[in-house]
Design a protein around this ligand. Structure first.
Ligand code: FAD
Ligand code: FES
Ligand code: FES
Length: 1304
């Protein structure tokens, strides 16, 4: 075969043929779609297969089965060369606003399933692909299809509800919002008995509202949806169907730096591998794609073996099933499932373990593309399949041009971290997965941070074979991942168990041997040492129980498992999620055109669903446009000795390097409150990720490559302060920003207290993870003008700071923001870090400049929600009244002040949550650390202040052995109470929300059921908790509480967007209406058009600007005078969870929320904010954990490492009611702000988890007074449930080792 002549790439996109004879093999399908074909509906959210924003459908004709196969894939990882002979469908290919939406697009839009819309096209394509494969899917199919899609805004529920309309009957009958499975369907007072707590038994509660409840008014109307007709789908390109030419010819694409070979015969493949021993074999590219993009790897020769028959073959043989190495994980899964159906059960125990493991392996898109061979050969120590393959003794077939051998997969296969016994010219051809024998049992285990689509913390494959008909162990193999640089086998444990009886004594012995087999030093990479080690024992214990349970079915002398143990052996399963949303309906007689109070889909929804909504990076390239990449500090604290861009500037296509030398020194500073941050670092860096300069080049790939060649010499400075603890030790604070709020006399309060408790608490930070990263385009215009297109919440600040740095008057800078793909506070003050360098480069080079940060850059640079720490002293009476509370609160501000002091202030304002505490002293300090500056995030310090308060209530209740509900009830605020900063509470609905949620959730009854469950189960525990919230509405910086509908806009932040702008719009409307009055009077029967026309011809201005400033607010923290807030939002939530005490896993079984949003302007949007806020808070308090090294390096820089809640994490039952009959006279149309207030309600899940842990602890006689910091991760849950396994791994004393990660 001659490989010298480059082939032309041929594939179809949305039915159109693409022929490219100069394709760049380094391009992904996503780059090709967006940059070459200008199909920008498919989004870039992460570039590493972790968010699903780039999902497209790939279709191929399978000549063996004569079927067209449709799969969803991540375009960001799919090499475009791999598309040869395939048909790609993108979101644009299925519908558009002009031609009509596809039912999938229509339903997500009309069911309110898009907010910022950045995730929407990807979700649409996952659902679309599912429908192309199964026209009437089941709920579980849908759950599986969405495992690889993330949404940061909606909380997922509306997306699922909208799409449930496609499901089979049985799966969708709980869909209807308004009346759902959470609701009995009975009417009380004309309303739903669940609505706002009104029950048959308690009709009195229904009296104080206006009685209009949306029990039959739905948030969307499924009956208006276009029916789905699968026959109307576009046909597969006939050319690909008729000819196999594209599939069975050898292909080569020669690019500038990379050559791509696609041989179709094994001999050719082996020949190529012999010629290029270091060539990479690429199938799914899910491993190599990530290495190239994020680990700076370069592979000049790629060989794609996907068309080589030996590597794609699947054969059932006598001793097992043979899979070619290029068989995808999805095909592996389907084949094994067929075998499980058709073979005797005992033969397929390994297959069942693999199928179960694959359920939790990545997302559907990855499993569709990734191959078995890729997983084995990569040899990741946390590979999910390798422990199973090893424990199962799978047989591998290896070949090279001159050799052919078979090896059994065991721990001699891996020779070091990601190394194995393959010779460089050798490839893996196939794997044989054996059948199990009658007396052989097999199980796989995996524990990750998140259940769906997450890599393992620790995993295992376990096999035991008994002497026939006995419980004597004949052979056993135990393989573990996550315990060493390779997958390992517990050899000593296995050897010591052979010949033994399978009984309880064996567990003790096995555990002892496992401890020896699987050591981990306290500072080992990956951290979580005690947790990982405990998991190995927990897994073995689970294995013991499942095998015992199986044996008991066969051997009469083995007792079935005790009832208290039975849940341990059950596989995770949940039915279709349920939900109920309740809100007020508009009054009878409200005209149709009046949309206030109606659940109308927002304006961009349709465009978002079709991919037509334009975000910054979707704006077409301008003529002569260049791309900018930031050069970042790699040291946390160091002097810059020199910056040398010589090598970078030599790279072809690089235009310029900018650094501090390009900015006038007096202009090189900016900041949200004080200008303490440098645009480009001059002489010193104070965090890893600080911006030192910027490379500008012809395109992103060139500028990114060149940016890595900029050489910076440093001299390190000590100390490096990373944690709040370090900062306290080193007295490293922003000294001018110390804050205090006092009320009453705490010392007097302590003296009068019956009990005093003191302690410390820590709350982790949170990455914003807006799906669209920071992005800006700057276009130089005439007369030194700059037009900035920027994804920001605060265009005015971007304009202002750009003007300052560039030395150009503000009026020459126009900043436009059409929409953002999420912000959540992260694009309030931090957008300038991209916008300003881009504007600077545009000014200097007089060319348009673009930059959209990659996900890892964004996470490394832009800061997070502040981690907080507090020392508390609380005094209380024996009845449970909290009478004195002293808090010393610290936040980790990072290397500049940004908004940290305002965030700290809000935490002090919020630390009373919903309670009246007569004596308080709240002190706050911002810690100056060597981390990237932390910044605003939904709630702005409120969720941290409130959390401390609730954590302390929990501690006191536990100490007094008092009911958690009673203590909260006893201390709760009342109408007319004064807060600790002297603001009187009027329209205080916290008690209503509280009592209504207790009723609607049936708290008391369920509390008993939870206790009953806990008595019956040893290793699974349930917990339930109810939490109130109070959130003050206003910017804490007084001047921001204004809106002018034309210039000087305040940020869209502080939940105040609608309050301020709505009022300003109203003000403008009133002016215009006033001007129209004479024309209406003159023509009372006329229409709007008549009056407007008449006014125009009478030369009356028809435009007006509106202005609004929030009245009567302004607080002086020193004198404690004035009011900080315009009004308060209130709410309450009840959550129930189940935890697995052995692994730390948890599931939210049910959540009920009652939220006061005043009179909702749009209940669909308000409920969307409540649910979205709740799920973001759920991430904050349970899943999301930032990991930093002691040197300040952020490990969690992408969705692979940093886990936000996914579809599978929403409560199994999720009920939201908007409090009715609670108008708010202080905001537009009696509404209330809603963006931030509901987020804290997710703390109910944290306390439900704590409640469950308490139950586990009390069962073994441990104290229920223990510290649980936030987030309640799997690690903390497991280690909180102390038992005979965890006690084997005591925490080594601090300072005795260097930890891998620190809590900042
Ligand atoms: C978002 C995401 C989630 C993931 N989740 C998980 C998870 O939950 N569990 C888990 O275990 N892994 C996970 N992975 C890792 C990865 O998906 C798997 O390892 C996958 O099986 C790799 O297959 P691939 O075909 O994509 O490999 P590729 O990237 O194409 O190749 C990987 C490596 O294998 C080599 N190789 C492939 N085939 C052969 C062969 N026949 N002979 C010799 N060498 C070969 C290649 O040269 C390369 O070095 C995840 C990855 C991503 C991106
Ligand atoms: S952009 Fe492809 S998965 Fe995130
Ligand atoms: S709507 Fe899903 S990320 Fe914003």
């Amino acid at each position: 075969m001659v490989w010298s002549q480059s082939s032309a790439l041929v594939f179809f996109v949305n039915g159109k043929k693409v022929v490219d004879d100069q394709v760049n093999p380094e391009w992904t399908l996503l780059t090709y779609l967006r940059n070459k074909l200008r199909l920008c509906g498919t989004k870039l959210g992460c570039g590493e297969g972790g968010c699903g924003a780039c999902t497209v459908m790939v279709s191929r004709y399978d000549r063996k089965s004569k079927n067209v196969i449709h799969i969803a894939v991540n375009a960001c990882l799919t090499p475009v060369c791999a598309m040869h002979g395939a048909a790609v469908t993108t979101v644009e290919g299925i519908g558009s606003v002009e031609k009509g939406l596809h039912p999938v697009q229509e339903r997500i839009a009309r069911s309110h399933g898009s907010q910022c819309g950045f995730c929407t096209p990807g979700i649409v394509m996952s659902m679309y692909t599912l429908l192309r494969n199964t026209t009437v899917p089941k709920f579980t199919d849908m759950e599986t299809a969405f495992q690889g899609n993330l949404c940061r805004c909606t909380g997922y529920r509306p997306i699922l509800e909208g799409f449930k309309t496609f499901l089979t009957e049985g799966d969708s009958n709980d869909v209807v919002n308004g009346v759902s499975n959470g609701c009995c369907g009975k009417k009380v007072n004309g309303g739903c008995c669940m609505s706002n707590g009104t029950t048959e038994d308690d009709e009195a509660m229904n009296q104080n509202g206006n009685g209009n409840i949306s029990d039959n008014e739905q948030l969307f109307s499924p009956e208006t949806f276009k029916p789905y007709d699968p026959t109307q789908e576009p046909i597969f390109p006939p050319e690909l169907l008729l000819s196999s030419h594209y599939d069975d010819s050898n292909i080569v694409f020669h690019g500038e730096r990379v050559t791509w070979y696609r041989p179709v015969k094994l001999d050719d493949l082996l020949e190529l591998k012999a010629s290029y021993p270091y060539a990479k074999i690429v199938v799914g590219n899910t491993e190599i794609g990530v290495e190239v993009k994020f680990k700076n790897m370069h592979y000049p020769v790629i060989i794609q073996p996907s068309r080589v028959e030996e590597l794609t073959a699947i054969r059932v043989e006598d001793n097992g099933v043979h899979f070619g190495a290029s068989v995808t994980l999805n095909d592996l899964d389907q084949t094994l499932q067929q075998q499980i159906q058709s073979q005797p059960k005992h033969k397929t125990r390994i297959f069942s373990a693999i199928v179960e493991m694959l359920r939790w392996f990545a997302g559907k898109q990855i499993r569709n593309a990734a191959a078995i061979g890729g997983n084995i050969i990569t040899g990741s120590p946390i590979s999910d399949l390798n422990p199973i393959f090893m424990a199962a003794h799978c047989l591998l077939e290896l070949r090279s041009k001159d050799d052919h051998r078979f090896v059994t997969m065991d721990d001699s296969f891996f020779t070091g971290y990601r190394k194995n016994i393959l010779k460089s010219e050798e490839i893996l051809v196939s794997i044989l997965i054996p059948f199990t024998k009658e007396d052989e049992y097999f199980w796989g285990f995996k524990q990750a941070k998140r259940r769906d689509d997450d890599i393992a913390i620790t995993n295992a494959g376990m096999r035991v074979q008994f002497e026939v008909g006995t419980t004597i162990i004949k052979d056993i193999s135990l393989a573990f991942g996550g315990m060493a640089p390779t997958t390992v086998m517990a050899r000593t444990a296995a050897a010591s168990l052979i010949g033994q009886q399978w009984n309880e004594h064996l567990v003790r012995e096995a555990c002892q041997a496992l401890i020896e087999d699987l050591p981990l030093s306290p500072g080992a990479p990956g951290g979580m040492i005690q947790f990982r080690r405990s998991l190995t024992l927990s897994f073995f214990f689970k294995f013991y129980l499942v095998v015992t349970s199986e044996l008991s079915k066969k051997l009469p002398y083995i007792k079935p498992l005790d009832k208290s143990l039975q849940k341990v052996v059950q596989l995770y399963h949940r039915d279709s999620t349920k939900s109920c949303q309740l809100s007020q309906v508009v009054p009878d007689g409200q005209p149709d055109y009046d949309l206030v109070g109606r659940p109308v889909a927002h304006l961009s929804a349709l465009k978002q669903a079709t991919g037509e909504a334009v975000y910054i990076d979707d704006i077409p390239r301008y003529e002569g446009e260049l791309y900018l990449t930031l050069v970042l500090s790699t040291k946390a604290h160091a002097h810059i000795l020199s910056i040398d861009a010589t090598e970078a500037l030599k790279v072809e296509g690089v235009v310029e390097f900018f650094s501090a030398k390009d900015i006038e020194p007096k202009r090189n500073h900016f900041g949200a409150i004080i200008h303490d941050e440098e645009v480009f670092a001059t002489s010193k860096v104070t965090c890893i990720g600080q911006i030192i300069g910027a490379i500008v080049a012809v395109d992103q790939a060139t500028s990114q490559r060149a940016s890595k060649l900029v050489k910076v010499d440093y001299e390190e400075i000590h100390p490096v302060i990373v944690t709040i603890e370090d900062a306290i030790k080193n007295n490293s604070f922003y000294d001018d920003w110390v804050r205090q709020i006092k009320d009453g006399d705490v010392e007097d309060g302590f003296n009068k207290s019956d009990g005093i408790l003191e302690g410390e608490l820590h709350l982790g930070g949170q990455e914003h993870f807006y799906l669209e990263t920071h992005a800006s385009v700057a276009i130089p215009r005439e007369d030194d003008e700059i037009e900035l297109l920027c994804s920001t919440q605060h265009p005015a600040e971007v304009q202002h700071l750009t003007s300052h740095v560039l030395g150009i008057p503000s009026n020459r800078i126009t900043c436009r923001t059409r929409r953002m793909g999420g912000g959540f506070g992260g694009k309030e003050s931090r957008a300038v870090i991209v916008a300003v360098p881009v504007a600077l480069a545009a000014k200097k080079l007089k060319r348009p400049i673009r930059c959209m940060l990659d996900r890892d850059e964004d996470m490394a640079i832009s800061g997070t929600r502040h981690p907080f720490f507090c020392k508390y002293k609380v005094g209380f009476t024996k009845e449970g009244r909290i009478i004195s509370l002293k808090l010393d609160i610290f936040n980790n501000a990072g290397n500049t002040l940004d908004l940290s002091c305002s965030i700290l202030e809000r935490s002090l304002f919020s630390a009373d949550n919903g309670y009246k505490i007569p004596n308080v002293e709240f002190n706050g300090k911002c810690c100056r650390t060597n981390l990237p500056s932390n910044t605003a995030f939904r709630g702005f310090g409120g969720p941290q202040g409130m959390m401390f308060c609730e954590m302390i209530f929990d501690v006191v209740a536990e100490h007094l052995k008092m009911d958690q509900i009673k203590i909260r009830d006893l201390n709760m605020l009342n109408e007319g109470d004064l807060t600790h900063y002297g603001q009187k509470l009027d329209y205080c609905t916290v008690r209503r929300c509280w009592s209504e949620v207790l009723t609607s959730s049936h708290y008391a009854e369920r509390r008993q059921k939870v206790d009953e469950f806990n008595r019956q189960n040893r290793w699974r525990k349930r917990g339930i908790a109810t939490i109130p919230t109070k959130f003050g509405i206003a910017f804490t910086a007084l001047f921001l509480n204004q809106a002018d509908r034309v210039p000087n806009a305040s940020a869209t932040a502080a939940s105040a967007g609608s309050d301020l702008n709505g009022m300003a719009v109203l003000n403008a409307c009133k002016t215009i209406m006033e001007r129209l009055k004479p024309f209406k009077l003159a023509n009372p029967k006329g229409k709007w058009e008549d009056w407007v026309n008449a006014a125009y011809f009478d030369r009356v201005s028809l435009s007006a600007t509106g202005f609004y400033k929030t009245p009567e607010i302004g607080f002086n923290i020193a004198t404690k005078t004035g009011k900080p807030f315009n009004y308060f939002c209130f709410g309450a939530a009840c959550a129930e969870v189940e935890i697995d005490c052995l692994t730390g896993d948890h599931e939210v079984l049910r959540t009920d929320i009652v939220m006061d949003v005043g009179e909702s302007i749009n209940p669909a949007i308000d409920i969307g904010q409540v649910e979205g806020g709740f799920m973001q808070g759920y991430g904050l308090y349970t899943l999301e954990q930032l990991m930093y090294s002691p040197q300040g390096f952020l490990f969690t820089k992408g969705p692979g490492q940093y886990k936000l809640p996914g579809f599978g994490d929403i409560p199994a039952e999720f009920n939201v009611a908007l409090l009715r009959g609670a108008p708010n006279p202080k905001a537009v149309f009696s509404s209330k702000a809603v963006g931030e207030p509901p987020l804290f309600l997710a703390a109910s899940v944290f306390f439900a988890i704590k409640d469950a842990i308490k139950s586990a602890r009390s069962e073994v006689g441990l104290s229920t007074e223990f510290r649980l910091d936030s987030p309640a991760t799997a690690e903390r849950i497991r280690m909180g449930c102390e038992d005979e396994f965890t006690e084997k791994f005591p925490t080594p004393p601090g300072g005795s080792f260097k930890p891998w990660a620190v809590i900042v």
